[in-house]
Design a protein around this ligand. Structure first.
Ligand code: PEP
Ligand code: MG
Length: 327
């Protein structure tokens, strides 16, 4: 089976009815880029930059040069394929440092994490933005912002990005263009996708957090893991509407949470119109196999029925109706 999958590495991901699908890798370190290319990824859809920040003392965050070199290694490692770098998402299940004081927050998942943490320390955030803009000289780069929910956060982020560019210009340091993306991982964001699309080139749906926040289930709490359900109709509705709005506006949209790498969900996501999936590199060939077997045209009406069901998991067990016989 594994050998058979390996042969798919260079096969373009396309459905039976000719829909092109982009299969991207999630990485945590620049060195993971090589493995992503090897696994057949056509780019990095999510570089979780917080792994450069974790396990250090709070006063020793990576400086601009260290970050630039790391992002540059990832970009060069992808050999011209696009790399989407997410700004730091520390806090909650990703504490910067076990002894750091954010651990003391009452509910870290609802506290100062991700973009909230970045905006609370603009100098630190600017350092990261400059490093990413500089890395964009070496290949196509997307800049992805985690955990946005508020218009004011979008405004502050965009203005800091302008400021970072101006700082580099003043220093005479080269920087490149970036595609700007927002993660949709808070229900409030999923319900206001139209506003996000006024400011961003693409969206990336972080289903791990979107499920957690929609269902009020701590993603790290074993005692409620049985209720952590990607197929809850509310989760599917938020995912489906986000995809549909992006498709209607011609904007890029991808899923970068665990749902993207779950082969039992590939057909459903294709049926909802998704054409870009970002996942752990080990999942890419298995998902590609699902894509190659799928008929997106037939999956679309079936996916709409799943979306209307009160228990979508049961509705998904019903077969996709066969294509009508040719006259
Ligand atoms: C997500 O929330 O789905 C996601 C991709 O981000 P992370 O898992 O790093 O929070
Ligand atoms: Mg997340």
């Amino acid at each position: 089976e594994r050998e058979r999958l390996t042969r798919l590495r260079h096969t373009p991901a396309m459905t039976i009815d000719g829909q092109k699908v982009e299969l991207l890798a999630n990485i945590e370190m620049p060195e993971d880029a090589a493995g992503a290319v090897k696994a057949g990824a056509v780019g990095v859809g999510l570089f979780r930059s917080e792994f450069l920040f974790m396990g250090r003392q709070e006063r020793q965050l990576p400086d601009e040069e260290e970050q630039y070199q790391a992002y540059r290694r990832a970009v060069e490692g992808m050999q011209g394929l696009p790399v989407t770098i997410r700004t730091v998402d520390v806090g909650a299940d990703k504490p910067l440092d076990r002894s750091a004081k954010e651990d003391a927050h009452l509910n870290p998942a609802l506290g100062l994490r991700a973009i909230r943490w970045s905006l609370a320390d603009p100098a630190m955030f600017l350092t990261q933005l400059r490093a990413i803009l500089r890395a964009a000289v070496h290949g196509p780069v997307g800049l992805l912002i985690p955990m946005l929910a508020h218009g004011s956060e979008i405004r502050q982020t965009l203005s800091l990005l302008d400021f970072a560019r101006a700082e580099l210009d003043n220093r005479g340091v080269a920087h490149g263009p970036v595609k700007l993306g927002a993660m949709i991982e808070i229900p409030a964001a999923a319900l206001t996708v139209k506003f996000f699309l006024r400011h961003f080139d693409f969206l990336s749906i972080g289903t791990n957090d979107l499920i957690q926040y929609t269902l009020a289930i701590d993603r790290a709490d074993e005692s409620v893991a049985h209720l952590y359900d990607p197929l809850h109709p509310a989760v599917l509705r938020l995912v489906a509407d986000t995809i549909a709005e992006c498709v209607a506006q011609g904007k890029g949209v991808s899923v970068c949470g665990e749902m993207a790498g779950d082969v039992s969900l590939t057909r459903l996501l294709l049926g909802l119109g998704l054409r870009s999936f970002s996942m752990h590199p080990t999942q890419i060939l298995a998902v590609k196999q699902e894509v190659l077997r799928a008929d997106a045209g037939r999956l679309a009406p079936w996916a709409q029925r799943v979306l209307m069901a009160d228990e979508p998991a049961l509705a998904m067990a019903e077969p996709v109706p066969p294509a009508p016989a040719l006259p």
